[in-house]
Design a protein around this ligand. Sequence first.
Ligand SMILES: [Zn+2]
Length: 313
Amino acid sequence: MLILLCGIVFGVPAAMAQVVNFDTEIREKGFGKNESRERGVGSWRKGPTRVEIQDRKRYVLVNGSRLYLGHSPSFEHGKFFLKKRDWEKRIEPIVAPPKTKSPRCIVIDPGHGGRDPGKVNKRGMFEKNYVLDISKRVARILKARGYTVLLTREGDSTLELQERPARANRWRADLFVSIHLNSASSSSARGIETFALTPVGEASTGDPGGSAKSAADDGNARDPLNTLLAFKVHSALIAKTDAEDRGVKYANFAVLRTLKCPGVLVECGFLTNASDTALVSTKNGRERIAAGIAAGIEAYVRSVGTAPSPRRK
Ligand SMILES: [Zn+2]
């Protein structure tokens, strides 16, 4: 009743309280004026960062990469409106990263293993083998830069899904990155996509009409940092590989739900697509993927804190 009264007194419907004016919010973070002349399209810039938004498109573009939203923005009377939760959990952490304790302990999770091969393509490539190789490369690069890096599995062992975040929690990880390869029924599907845990009250990216997530998981305590990590890893990975950019998405993956640190899951290409397979099947291609993931982790660390001193050779 009180909410209803307030709504009447201030002339704003109660539901509007959960919506923000995108232009006001982003300009408060130091971005310039909307540079777009196209109706229903907004574009703001600050230094090297450009954010674009479109009427009724369920994503924003950050430097050209899609970051999927819980709800599509609306365009009314020349202004863009966005759900407050989409602003706070997905866009604000990227345009104005929060400061945290500088991450030092990184847990890399090579997907599948042992009895679980993951995806197997027609050429007989097992996902479990390729993601382990990529993970070891990421670990080597980050260790040289001064990080402590632990792998959830070092060899071809079987590991339950829940045991992966449980290990990261026991090891007091500061960051968690799960590494996978994709597959699809169509051989034309290709590219890289990076996932963060779906925030409470929203449906996952792949299921926009599905029911919203009703209860918070432990991993949801770090929704803004999950998004920032996903965005940094994804951008660096696309830059290093030139793979097709499928965007930053949200899903309720079991390996992300119980984490007590920021975490993401990266799908580094499709084993069912010829150009992605060409990248993954060569040492040079896997090294590029690993360099992208490591560079993204480092970019995240620099945006929330400070980088460690590199290890002397
Ligand atoms: Zn997988």
